[in-house]
Design a protein around this ligand. Structure first.
Ligand code: IPE
Ligand code: IPE
Ligand code: MG
Length: 245
């Protein structure tokens, strides 16, 4: 199917958009289909949103594809998600590379099957020097795990005498997160009506604008992304300060 043409939203775009892609299971259940059919249908949403975001000039897009808690799903669904994400990456990486998109992974590497890890690493390596949009794939990602992993590295450096804990501040701590050079997300989108963070980017979302929509992920398209951006542009970001006159 052709991508719908939606012009780049006018005005200042969020530099970094993060998305909790939710509602695949409900999309399928409503159609009397197995949950897996919902994940498959979500692929069209992923490609449309990635294309639009990079065409519009958004600097970074972070997609939550599999959480550290998603291991608690039925084994067949977990297995499906491992191979589905591997296939999706393998099939799309050439196109994303042509679009000058740089792909990166955030999350723990343990437990991910080797073939899925290879697809992630191949995509990362192929697109390493691209200068267009940065596409971050949160896979086996948990916000608490990210903070714990950072603290472990901080402790190791302190033990080896390379870091004085008294020098640790928010800026230094950030360097130990999975993607230290990423600006914090400006806009977080969550689909399917849920209003929770579900352990996504706990550190990075401190001052992010949150946008929730009832649209289920498989139905989400660039026009919904444009709507989220327009809503974001109407917000007033205060960062704890008083209203700017
Ligand atoms: C999001 O859709 C995909 C993943 C979490 C991997 P869900 O599978 O969570 O869909 P619902 O929430 O059950 O509808
Ligand atoms: C969050 O969605 C994780 C991903 C989108 C990958 P979930 O569907 O797992 O979150 P909960 O369980 O509803 O909080
Ligand atoms: Mg869900």
């Amino acid at each position: 199917m052709e991508d719908e043409y939606i012009p780049r939203p006018e005005g200042e775009l969020p530099r970094h958009v993060a998305i909790i892609m939710d509602g695949n299971g409900r999309w399928a259940t409503r159609r009397n289909l197995p949950r897996i059919a919902g994940h498959k249908a979500g692929e069209a949403a992923i490609t449309d949103v990635v294309r639009a975001a990079s065409e519009w000039g958004i600097e970074a897009l972070t997609l939550f594809a599999f959480s550290t808690e998603n291991w608690n799903r039925p084994e067949n669904e977990v297995q499906f998600l491992m191979s589905f994400n591997r296939n999706l990456l393998e099939q799309r990486v050439e196109e994303f590379h042509r679009r000058n998109i740089r792909i990166r992974h955030l999350g723990r590497r343990d437990r991910i099957p080797p073939s899925t890890l290879k697809a992630i690493d191949d995509a990362t390596n192929l697109t390493r020097n691209n200068t267009g949009m940065q596409l971050n794939i949160a896979f086996n990602y948990g916000g608490r795990a990210e903070i714990v992993d950072a603290v472990r590295r901080v402790c190791a450096e302190a033990r080896e005498g390379r870091l004085d804990p008294r020098d640790l501040d928010e800026e230094t701590f950030r360097k130990y997160l999975y993607l230290p050079d990423m600006p914090d997300p400006d806009l977080l989108i969550r689909t399917a009506g849920e209003m929770r963070i579900s352990n996504f980017l706990l550190w990075e979302l401190a001052y992010t604008e949150i946008y929730c929509t009832e649209v289920l992920w498989p139905d989400f398209r660039r026009r919904h992304l444009a709507e989220a951006i327009r809503e974001y542009q109407r917000r007033e970001r205060k960062f704890g300060r008083v209203k700017e006159e």
